[in-house]
Design a protein around this ligand. Structure first.
Ligand code: ASP
Length: 439
């Protein structure tokens, strides 16, 4: 059994957190490959090392003095080293970093040092070999992650090692120039390592015990999700869940490797399992509820729209021409509605409206703002009658007006549009009818 274990920034924010991570790693022989993030926040007012690195590099790029800012970063690491009682000095590493910052080595290089240095400490503390991600994670000339080249390099390097630490968040082009993933990208590294070596499990250790059925900022102590499929998670992540980086799913999903989200501060909790498919029934009919405020609906009407071939394409062309992606497109016989993100759409709305007129010649266009979309997701919905009925009667009882309904043909989710101000009430009503009422 081989597990790849990734620890997030808050799990490695200081020496105490490092100790917890190390005892988790050592508790199971199968936890062989470790992917650390950079030190995160130690308390709510604190700054992540990655942010400190970006700020310091910006100073360096503007030609300002960055000595003090870099010393503050070094102090974060030195405190960890001391707290762990390690005989390790990062003086040489910081001399190189200072030099490279002065020579404008790039923002990606700068940010990557957060994980690189934390990896050096982790490797020394565990007594494992350090494998620089720049050696084993490859990007192509277009800046796209190169899965084939990476798998080859990774397998070759790790096949000789029983244990290793591979820092998260970055890789390199063939010429060695460092490139990072998007923010939170250590999750992706963990998934890539697990996929490349065909691990049995990818454990992702963070500061929550997995996914909750609903957002804890809206529902007080929501139930947690024991098992969720990749597809369900996509439907939820897409609406704003934030425990795992969206792109971390693909490398392991391709290999059928499950992800186990765990809590460094509560290692006994079994967390959430993310799997390809399961015969395990979810505890409730729904697996999760997620949503987001701030959408606009663009309602387009045209008589006999239903018989006009290509109408939908022409309308969507207008959105494409202005670089807008759409969320949902429910339609009626003579109407078609396009849901877009309000903040992206606002500045371009009049141009898009005239483009729709020009391209599709509709009778009227009507825009409505401040709409929230809620996704109710669950593999259990397919085999349970009355789910939609229960959702809408709960919303009616809570006095929530439903503006839009969209059920995907997968029967995995129902998307509901409500006014922004009804968002929280709607989520509570749905949670109560499926979860509270079932406990
Ligand atoms: N340290 C990086 C960030 O703050 C990547 C990560 O933590 O996953 O975004």
């Amino acid at each position: 059994m081989t597990k790849v274990v990734k620890f997030g920034g808050s799990s490695l924010a200081d020496a105490e957190q490092f100790k917890k991570a190390a005892s988790i790693i050592k508790a199971e022989e199968s936890r062989r490959y470790v992917v650390p993030s950079a030190p995160g926040k130690r308390s709510s007012g604190d700054t992540k090392v990655t942010d400190m690195l970006y700020q310091t590099y910006d100073l360096a790029e503007r030609g300002g003095s960055f000595t003090k800012a870099l010393a503050d970063i070094k102090a974060r690491y030195d405190e960890i080293i001391q707290g762990l009682g390690l005989d390790l000095s990062l003086d040489d590493e910081f001399r190189i970093i200072e030099d490279r910052f002065a020579n404008k080595a790039g923002r990606d290089y700068a940010a990557s040092r957060g994980e690189y240095l934390n990896g050096c400490i982790m490797a020394a503390y565990l007594g494992y070999e350090f494998v620089d991600a720049a050696e084993v994670i490859r990007f192509d000339e277009d800046g796209m992650f190169d899965p084939q080249a990476t798998a080859k390099l990774m397998r070759k390097r790790l096949s000789k090692l029983d244990h290793a630490v591979i820092p998260g968040f970055y890789g390199a082009y063939a010429d060695g120039t460092v490139k990072t993933f998007s923010r939170g990208g250590s999750d992706i590294t963990g998934s890539i390592v697990a996929g490349a070596i065909k691990a049995d499990v990818y454990e992702n250790w963070t500061d929550v015990s997995g996914f909750m059925v609903a957002d804890p900022r809206i529902i007080d102590h929501p139930e947690s999700i024991e098992t969720i499929t990749y597809r369900e998670l996509r439907e939820l992540a897409y609406m704003g869940a934030s425990v795992l980086h969206e792109e971390a799913i693909f490398p392991v999903r391709k290999e059928g490797i499950p992800i186990n989200i765990r809590n460094t501060n509560d290692p006994e909790a079994s967390g959430t399992w993310i799997v390809e498919s399961t015969c395990q029934k979810s505890k409730y009919v729904i697996t999760g509820i997620a949503g987001k405020k701030g959408f606009c609906s663009v309602n387009i009407e045209k008589e006999l729209m239903n018989s006009e071939i290509g109408f939908g394409r022409k309308v969507l062309q207008a959105f494409e021409d202005y670089g807008l992606s759409f969320e949902h497109v429910p339609s009626g016989i003579d109407t078609l509605t396009v849901f877009v993100h309000q903040d992206e759409f606002m500045d371009k709305e009049q141009q898009v409206v005239s483009a729709i007129h020009r391209l599709a010649d509709p009778d009227t266009i009507d825009i409505e703002a401040d709409i929230a979309l809620i996704a109710v997701v669950g593999r259990g919905m397919k085999s349970t009658r009355g789910t939609a009925g229960r959702i809408f009667s709960a919303l009616a009882h809570a006095n929530v007006n439903v503006k839009m309904i969209d059920q995907g043909s997968s029967e995995l989710n129902i998307i509901i549009g409500v006014a922004n101000q009804d968002f929280e009430t709607a989520i509570k009503a749905i949670y109560d009818i499926f979860v509270t009422a079932a406990i």
